[in-house]
Ligand binder design. Structure first.
Ligand code: FAD
Length: 495
């Protein structure tokens, strides 16, 4: 008899866990509450436009431990087309001054030096920090399966990074920029405008640009939905079962051993192992009733800041709209959309570089802004509907500012709110990537196993502040490696 593994949630972590679980011979079932898989990694169609909710960059598109996972899980195969943008983003302030972030550090450095020769020391230092960070390599094995030699082996290669971690590990972006002591108002306005005033880790900023520089954080043509579907296809081809519209309410436990799950209609499904990739808070405090927590876990869920949820306004434009940058950010202060005062402006993604996103000769454009959960949690009925109408109208005004004359070409507008995200994925308070990577939790992670609870594992974005597709898929793989260890069988994986 094969041992049965139940996976709660068919997002990227759940699909990854599922693929590795069937690869290793377990009878595997994914229970997904929505009618499609993918979780946050999703998109939706309106009048033949596809509006993407997630993918801009995928760490591991060219090499490293994440790259192996993407190949093994069919996210990257011989047919996938990877696009490496030259420009990461363009940023406009209230006076429409433009500031560009290039993905190539040498090019960005040259651009910054031309803009602000007086800041040459700070610019070179920041760019060198990014170059050094390119050496960062994720571990292939979960912490529980690493031995001291694994750590010793990486020390020589990682030494420059360890020094960076020591120097900047507890700094926010603002503190980092202060330390660099930029003089140029243009540089300060752009960098502080996007990252400066929030508790966002300096290392997260440095590492992100390092990965782009290495061309190891590309965009995959087709975006989020086909990406998740390729994983579903592999999972099912290997013999896995995915059951949709199944919402898990409780995890059954007897004598501290996990026995399976109970669905919201009362159905009990038995299993030898349960891997939860659903929202972390819901798993620990609701499905397991808070009975299995450590001080570390409790502290994290009570104190670590969450991502502020997003409103996404998607536009179908009935003509081709040229793009200068995949992301345009307006950091003007004092803007308002609907009832949200925009603390960090808004961003606009023009998807014309991906021809699968709109019918020929047309363009899908997505606008996003942060909107605190407290504005949404009690908004219902007519009030909610009216807010969406107001958002459509205000957002169209800002789109017109970025692309004068565009309004008459809009043929579809779609508004997705933090409530939409919570409804479809169950994510706590719309925190779409879990815990914000901040100075308090940089380089920290939460354990995949809960104290005293056997045959249960957690995987997914809630284990690593900053979330993202790579740690989600990686912890999916790790969870199966831990099960194999428990079963005393060799873990296998293949493309
Ligand atoms: C706007 C946006 C942009 C992003 N951009 C990027 C990017 O460019 N690159 C990147 O790497 N990452 C990006 N991310 C982050 C990335 O999408 C997430 O970190 C990742 O998809 C999380 O995967 P997960 O499987 O851990 O969790 P989720 O995607 O949240 O999956 C959890 C799944 O569990 C299901 N579920 C929940 N509760 C239950 C239940 N009780 N019973 C059954 N099923 C349940 C949900 O429906 C869902 O399918 C972005 C996210 C967003 C929203």
């Amino acid at each position: 008899m094969k041992k049965k593994v139940i996976i709660i949630g068919g997002g990227i972590a759940g699909l990854s866990a599922g693929i590795y679980s069937v690869m290793n011979g377990f009878d595997t079932e994914i229970l997904e509450m929505h009618s499609v898989a993918g979780g946050q990694c999703t998109a939706w169609e309106r009048k033949k436009y596809r509006f993407d909710y997630c993918l801009h960059w995928l760490v591991g598109t060219s090499k490293g431990a994440f790259h192996e996972i993407w190949k093994e899980t069919n996210v990257i195969n011989n047919e996938t087309e990877i696009i490496n943008h030259e420009v990461h983003s363009q940023i406009f302030d209230k006076d429409r001054n433009k500031f560009i972030i290039y993905t190539n550090i040498d090019r960005w450095e040259k651009y910054l030096l031309e803009m602000a020769p007086e800041d040459s020391k700070a610019i070179r230092r920041m760019c060198n920090d990014m170059r050094k960070s390119g050496l960062l390599e994720p571990f292939a094995l979960p912490p529980e399966l690493r031995n001291p030699i694994d750590y010793i082996r990486i020390i020589p290669a990682m030494l420059p990074i360890l020094i960076l971690v020591k120097k900047y590990g507890r700094l926010t972006c603002a503190a980092y920029f202060d330390k660099l002591d930029f003089k140029s108002e243009k540089i300060k306005s752009a960098l502080y405008g996007i990252y400066g005033e929030r508790n966002f880790s300096a290392l997260a900023f440095i590492f992100m640009l390092a990965w782009f520089n290495q061309k190891n954080a590309g965009y995959i043509k087709g975006g989020s939905f086909p990406l998740a579907q390729r994983m579903v296809e592999k999972f099912e081809r290997l013999g896995g079962k995915i059951s949709y519209k199944k919402r898990v309410e409780k995890i059954s436990v007897e004598n501290n051993i996990t026995k399976g799950v109970i669905l919201n209609d009362g159905t009990q499904i038995l299993s030898d192992y349960v891997i939860s990739t659903a929202d972390g808070y819901t798993t620990i405090y609701k499905m397991l009733e808070g009975k299995y927590i450590s001080k570390k876990i409790d502290f994290a869920y009570k104190n670590w800041e969450l991502f502020t949820p997003l409103v996404q306004v998607s536009f179908g434009i009935n003509k081709l709209v040229e793009y200068a940058s995949p992301i345009t950010i307006n950091i003007s202060k004092g803007l308002k959309i609907g009832r949200t005062q925009l603390e960090y402006g808004y961003s606009i993604m023009n998807y014309s570089y991906d021809t699968t996103m709109a019918p020929e000769g047309k363009t899908a454009i997505v606008m996003r802004y942060e909107s605190p959960w407290k504005l949404w949690e009690n908004l219902e009925g007519e009030e909610y509907k009216n807010e969406k109408f107001q958002i459509e109208s205000d957002a169209t005004g800002f789109l017109e500012l970025e692309y004068p004359g565009i309004t008459k070409h809009i043929e579809v507008i779609d508004v997705a709110t933090p409530k939409t995200d919570v409804r479809y994925t169950g994510v706590k308070d719309g925190a779409y990537e879990g815990f914000m990577p901040s100075k308090e939790n940089t380089m920290k992670s939460l354990d995949m196993q809960l104290p005293k609870l056997r045959n249960f594992l957690m995987a997914g974005q809630w284990l690593f502040p900053g979330g993202g597709l790579p740690p989600s898929a990686q912890t999916g793989k790790w969870s199966v490696q831990l099960i194999c260890k428990k079963e005393k069988q060799k873990f296998i994986s293949y493309i």
